[in-house]
Design a protein around this ligand. Structure first.
Ligand code: ATP
Length: 350
């Protein structure tokens, strides 16, 4: 299996180094050989090659079986014309990574803000909605027709809604609880979220064993805080999914534990849910578990269950002990010391 590692900006290089060390430790448990090629994106690539995501990187990503994608500081990039493209958006579009799978669960021993048990997965549409950098064929989906007036296009298609609904139902059908909630705002966005809901309902017919409900996005936010155990899989459009998944992850212990997988018909990219955290970059403070857990999702996607289980077990064991946690979870370990703990556990646990 060929993986492409793209470290990115801010804490990206630190959490990518940690993730590759964990992958190395788990390599003997993998059924196939894993080759990792590393390339630069973000500011490092802008400096060296004039673009935050050079064409050669896109080509390498298309040729790889999977991508390990670090966070990027795209808000700080220069304009597109000066090479400042959002690598995450570009890769999602070029690799047709239409589903962003974002789990959030309470970890034993970790202080959680969740009101009771919580184990949810937000399945977020990744390629349309309000995302101006990827929702148009040509040009951005956001513009200013006259000074003082800004417009944003929200694109919802039956095709994308069907694909994300199918990804959500397939996932829900594989989980013990087998529940799926479609999250929407069809009371206001009658046409666009109406189309989304009609499509999800149609897909639901093929999954009679999955309990299906529809919840307004504002109510869903309240329910996640008040009674998260009512949810299992949440399927939603791009921006609602982005916001709700951050809320869900924060309730479960924070962004440092928030992994995700971007998936499409022929490519996958493991990517932490958070941004590049410039406030803690280069200080050995980042929690790499977010990207490491994203790696385990990628490994599971390729059937490497044994390696994924071992890595997740090591993460759970480290999180359970306050002495082996990073500072975002009230612990004392830096990124590298936490990684060493994980590697040791992976190598020594039978
Ligand atoms: P960006 O501009 O790239 O979006 P940001 O700092 O605005 O970066 P995030 O990177 O999502 O947004 O970070 C939000 C907060 O969560 C920051 O205070 C950051 O330090 C913290 N944080 C994010 N990821 C981690 C991590 N892996 N470990 C520890 N703290 C993190």
């Amino acid at each position: 299996m060929r993986l492409l590692s793209l470290a990115g900006d801010g804490i990206g290089p630190e959490i990518m180094t940690a993730t590759l060390a964990v992958l190395d430790a788990a390599r003997p448990l993998c059924e196939r050989d894993i080759h990792v090629e590393s390339r630069q994106i973000g500011f490092a690539a802008l400096e060296g090659e004039g673009s935050t995501i050079p064409p050669a990187v896109i080509k390498a990503a298309l040729a790889a079986d999977g991508v390990l994608l670090g966070p990027v500081s795209h808000n700080a990039y220069p304009p597109r014309e000066a090479g400042g493209l959002n690598p995450s958006g570009v890769l999602r579009k070029e690799l047709d990574l239409y589903a962003n799978i974002r789990p959030a669960r309470v970890w034993p021993g970790v202080r959680s803000l969740a009101n009771g048990p919580m184990d949810v997965v937000v399945v977020r549409e990744n390629l349309e909605g309000f995302y101006a950098d990827r929702n148009m064929h040509l040009g951005p989906g956001e513009f200013m027709p006259t000074p003082g007036v800004a417009l944003a296009i929200r694109r919802i298609t039956e095709h994308a809604s069907r694909r994300i609904a199918e990804a959500g139902f397939a996932l829900a059908a594989s989980r013990p609880v087998r529940k799926l909630a479609a999250i929407h705002k069809a009371n206001v966005m009658r046409v666009s979220d109406g189309l989304f809901l009609d499509t999800v309902r149609d897909v639901a017919k093929a999954y009679p064993d999955v309990r299906y409900e529809e919840v307004l996005v504002d109510a869903a936010a309240a329910h996640l805080v008040r009674s998260p155990d009512r949810f299992d899989v949440l399927v939603t459009t791009n921006m609602f999914g982005d916001i709700l998944s951050d809320l869900a992850s924060e309730l479960c212990g924070g962004l440092g534990l928030a992994g995700s997988l971007n998936a499409g018909p022929s490519h996958v990219a493991a990517q932490a849910q958070h941004g590049s955290a410039p406030d803690i970059a280069g200080q050995d403070k980042a929690n790499p578990a977010s990207l490491i857990l994203s790696l385990t999702m990628l490994l599971r996607h390729f059937g490497e269950t044994c390696a994924a289980d071992r890595i997740e077990g090591a993460v759970a064991a480290c999180l359970a002990n306050p002495k082996t946690r990073t500072s975002d979870l009230g612990g004392e370990l830096g990124t590298s010391a936490f990684t060493r703990q994980l590697v040791q556990r992976i190598e020594t646990t039978a």
